[in-house]
Each structure stands twice: as C-alpha cells, then as structure tokens.
Design a protein around this ligand. Structure first.
Ligand SMILES: *Cc1c(COP(=O)(O)O)cnc(C)c1O
Length: 363
C-alpha cells in the first residue's frame, strides 16, 4: 500500500459539532426535530459519530452501505433511508433503516413482507411531490389512499408520517404555501386514520429559511438537514440568509504542488480539443508563473467548486489528475512540495469525500 498523505480532506470536528448543535437548537425553538443527513461526506464514520449526543433525533443517508457502516459502528441513533428504496433492497432496508421515505405501493408491500419476516416494525414516511418533480406522490388523493392502506393493511409497517423534498431537481423553494400544501395532505391523512402523525417532514436545508424567517407552519415538526450543517454555504450564497452563527470551514482540501514554472498562458501549436474532448478558450496574458497541484477532476469533478485559500492564486484549468494554478500574483512564494489549502462547496465535497485517493483527516 502506498502511503497517501495528500490530497487530504481535513475535517474540523469541533466546527462540525457546533454546526449540528446550532441547527438543532434553532429548529427546536420552532418545534422541529432534525435528522442529520450525512450523504454529503459519504457517511464518513468519524463525522457520523459527532451526530450522537448532538441533539439530532436521527441520522440519515441515501445509501445502504453507509447505513450499514453506521450500524456496525454502534452509532446509537435511529436511522433513516432518505432515497426511496430499491425494490431489490426491501429486506436490507428493513434490516438497516428504522425509517424510510417512500412513494411506491409495490415497494411498501415488499417492505411490509420483509418486516413481517424479520418480526420487526419498519416506519415509513410517504413523500408528496409539491412541484420539485423528483420523488413523491403527485396525486395527493393517491397519497392519502396509500397511507390508509399502510395503516390498515400492512401490519409490518408503521405509518410514521408524510414528507416532501424541494429544491433538488426543479429548484422549487420551500415557500409557506408549499408547506401549507404538505400540512393539508398530512391532515387529510390524519382525518382518515383517526390519529395524529408522528412526523411531518418539511424538507431539507432549503426549508431552514422558514426557520430563520420564523414562518414555518407549526405543524411541520421535522427536517432532514445535510448541506447546511456540513458546509453552510448555499443559503447565504444563493438566498442571502444570515448564517453568521455557522462555521463555513468544516472541510478543507489540501493538495501538494508537483510543478512550478514560468510558462506562456496561450497554448503553442495547433489547437484541437482538451483531455475530455472539449473545445476551450485561452486568453494570452504573456508569460506567467504557474503551479500544478496533484489532484484533478477524478477527485472533485469541477474546479469551479474549489476555492484556493491563498490570495492571488487562481485555478486556470484541470484534467483528470492535474489542477493548474496561476500563481503569478500569489502573496507567498510557492515551491514544489508545498501544500495548498482550498475551501470547497457541497458539489466538490460529495466527490472528494467519496474518492478513495483522498485521505480523510479529523482535526
Ligand atoms: C439529500 C437529501 C436531503 C438533505 O438535503 P440538504 O439540502 O443537503 O440538506 C434531505 N432529504 C432528501 C430526500 C435528500 O435526498
């Protein structure tokens, strides 16, 4: 095994923990409990441990292998599978998740059978699609009918509640009227089954804006929060929210410099296509000092999602394994073997944390 010191993803445990606690506290003040969603950092187990005793009532992720690792580690929190289950995974879902989000009757039937076989009760939340057009029942009456069916005819399942997901595919915001639609559907279910639902799950990070604005419906009592805790960037960057009480530096990427040279900025010769078959534009800025970092698109996907921490350094391009930096205006001398720090956003975090060549280091 080659010892791999760099690239590395440094995880500030104290800041992550404080972010969890801040979000839990602010949500609790509005009667909302929080499932900590850990798919953004590929369920890094040391990060997951920080969700225990942080006030989160559950830990959730989209992938069963991550839930399995959480279980095997002995993390003592109820688990939630947040991607609607594959039919072929019904048995594993019941084994590994206490709760799952659902939108298909055939899957619910399979979960019911699996739960009965295992002598376990599995809790389900039925998803309502309010216009974002990813998962969920589109027809609200159908959702109510299926809820009644789960309640009365699926003894292996417990109808825990209803939920929605917004701001993922259709970019639809969690406005008060959308959440009112969800509450109305939940109340229609309650009317039919003659009891209150345990959970009305109002969405993810994007619904936190309603917590900040103080206009979340009082019947919404649960959110599934990933990005806000891990990165705390999107709501401020895209919606101008005040996240001054959140740490934005939980994750830092560190990469090693493998070449430093003065080179022309305009390629020399006949221009064709780049490593990925794309036609690129180049601006001639004369000879400038450049560095190459030993990390590339294979690790983070898109270099627009990396932010060099050194002032005066700019990423000018990348291929699979190389990231090219303009360091002409850098405030310090950059040499071969130096380590550069980068801030990252959620888009690069999902790749970097899932890349086996990137070491995770808790600091
Ligand atoms: C990813 C996901 C979340 C968490 O989303 P964030 O925007 O990261 O908070 C919540 N619910 C579902 C269904 C998801 O897929």
């Amino acid at each position: 095994m080659i010892e791999q010191l760099y690239p590395r993803l440094e995880i500030n445990a104290a800041h992550l923990k404080e972010n969890i606690e801040t979000v839990v506290r602010k949500c609790a003040a509005r009667g909302v409990s929080v499932t900590g969603v850990v798919k953004g950092m590929t369920g890094d187990i040391e990060c997951c441990r920080l969700y225990v005793d942080s006030g989160c009532t559950m830990i959730g992720t989209s992938r069963l292998d991550q839930l399995e690792a959480i279980r095997e580690d002995g993390i003592d929190l109820p688990t939630m599978l947040i991607r609607i289950p594959m039919l072929s995974h019904a048995d594993e879902v019941v084994r590994l998740a206490d709760y799952s989000l659902n939108s298909e009757v055939r899957v619910l039937e399979a979960l019911n059978k699996a739960a009965l076989r295992r002598g376990k009760s599995h809790k389900v939340i039925l998803m309502s699609d309010l216009g974002d057009l990813r998962e969920g029942f589109w027809d609200k009456e159908e959702l109510v009918r299926v809820a009644v069916c789960v309640e009365r005819e699926m003894p292996g399942l417990e109808l825990a509640g209803v939920g929605t997901n917004l701001g993922c595919y259709g970019s639809i915001q969690a406005t008060p009227d959308k959440l009112a639609e969800l509450v109305a559907t939940a109340e229609a279910v309650e009317e039919m089954i003659g009891r209150r639902l345990e959970i009305i799950s109002g969405g993810a990070t994007s619904t936190y804006l309603r917590i900040l604005d103080g206009n979340i419906s009082e019947r919404i009592n649960h959110l599934r929060i990933g990005e806000l805790i891990l990165n705390a960037r999107d709501l401020e960057f895209f919606y101008g929210a005040d996240l001054s009480d959140m740490h934005k530096d939980v994750f830092t990427l560190k990469a090693e410099i493998i070449e430093v040279k003065d080179k022309p900025t305009y390629p020399q010769g006949e221009i064709g296509v780049d490593a990925f078959g794309r036609t690129q534009e180049y601006t001639d800025r004369g000879i400038r000092r450049r560095a190459i970092a030993a990390i590339g698109k294979v690790d983070y996907s898109d270099f627009d999602d990396l932010f060099p921490k050194d002032k005066g350094i700019e990423i000018i391009g990348a291929s699979s394994d190389h990231t090219i930096l303009d360091i002409e205006d850098a405030e310090r001398e950059i040499r071969v073997g130096d380590i550069l720090d980068f801030g990252i956003d959620y888009a690069s975090l999902v790749f970097l944390s899932n890349c086996r060549d990137v070491r995770h280091v808790i600091v």
